[in-house]
Design a protein around this ligand. Structure first.
Ligand code: ATP
Ligand code: MG
Length: 264
């Protein structure tokens, strides 16, 4: 595989285990995300077991799996946030990365716009933040404290903060999991619209099979520490979850997640 091209922000990991320097080869942001026999364990218990995977630049991947199957562990590994796990294998996440969590993680002592611009080094940070707030429907909330926002508004602000960084890779861990069904549907449409503009590679961890079916180009199921299923979703957008292909895939995914579709 060729991973050529300059990028100061390219990140690799796992090379140290093989005695090679980290980031020896600069990677182009349009390079794929690559996992090569990635393993993670806690206290001797293997959670990820030699996961190998290649995600082309710009692909939108949904990662499903039962609770405790290791989805967050995989995302934290790719985000470089897993210092507490025993690690083996290699991975490559090219370009700049943004992480989006289930809770918005807005800093309560900063206004919404200051949360967005925090650490952003560009001369037009404020204008860009205002435009992004407009895009997520929060144009009138720039100057307010996060505590005054609803749950859905906080997640929209959090999404705006992530996308304002124009990441090459967006890692999202159940960002809409705590939202009501209607707000979640609105967030799906918003996320799709926003990522369509710039096409970052997205890895979205979710419990929601319909969320995966509506948004993803590809759906993975994590089971027993491995990628047990890998489905390409070729349905055109905007997607309808009652499309016969979507219905068939939903049934298969629910069954592989241990849900008895005969009773729901
Ligand atoms: N820091 C940690 N220390 C010890 N064990 C951990 C740690 N993080 C995760 N684990 C364990 O690893 C396994 C996978 O956890 P993980 O959070 O990745 O699951 P998940 O698929 O994200 O689950 P959920 O859908 O409930 O969020 C679990 O058994 C969990 O207890
Ligand atoms: Mg999790």
């Amino acid at each position: 595989m060729s991973l050529a091209g300059p990028s100061p922000e390219a990140r690799t990991a796992g090379h140290r285990a093989e005695g090679r320097p980290v980031s020896a080869v600069p990677l182009h942001p349009a390079a794929p995300v690559v996992l090569d026999r990635l393993s993670r364990s806690f206290g001797g218990r293997t959670v990820l077991d030699r996961v190998s995977l290649e995600i082309p630049a710009g692909q939108f991947v949904a990662l499903l799996g039962e609770s405790g199957s290791g989805k967050t562990t995989l995302l934290r590994a790719l985000a470089g946030l897993d210092g507490d796990a025993a690690a083996a294998g290699r991975f490559t996440v090219p370009g700049s990365v943004s992480v989006l969590f289930q809770d918005s993680r807005l800093l309560p002592w900063l206004t919404v716009i200051d949360n967005l611009t925090l650490g952003l080094r560009r001369p037009d940070a404020r204008e860009a933040a205002l435009a992004m707030l407009d895009a997520v429907g929060l144009g009138d909330k720039a100057g307010v404290w996060p505590a005054t926002l609803s749950g859905g508004q906080k997640q929209r602000a959090s999404l705006a903060r992530s996308l304002l960084r124009a990441p090459d890779v967006l890692l999202a861990d159940e960002p809409f999991g705590a939202l009501d069904a209607l707000t979640r549907l609105r967030m799906h449409a918003l996320l799709f619209r926003l990522v369509e503009r710039r096409r970052p590679t997205v890895i979205l961890v979710t419990h929601d099979v319909d969320e995966a079916l509506v948004l993803a180009d590809r759906i993975l199921v994590l089971k027993d520490g491995r990628i047990a299923e890998d489905h390409a979703v070729g349905l055109p957008h905007p997607r309808r979850t009652d499309h016969p292909d979507a219905t068939a895939l939903r049934g298969a995914l629910l069954r592989s997640l241990g849900v008895d579709t005969g009773t729901v």
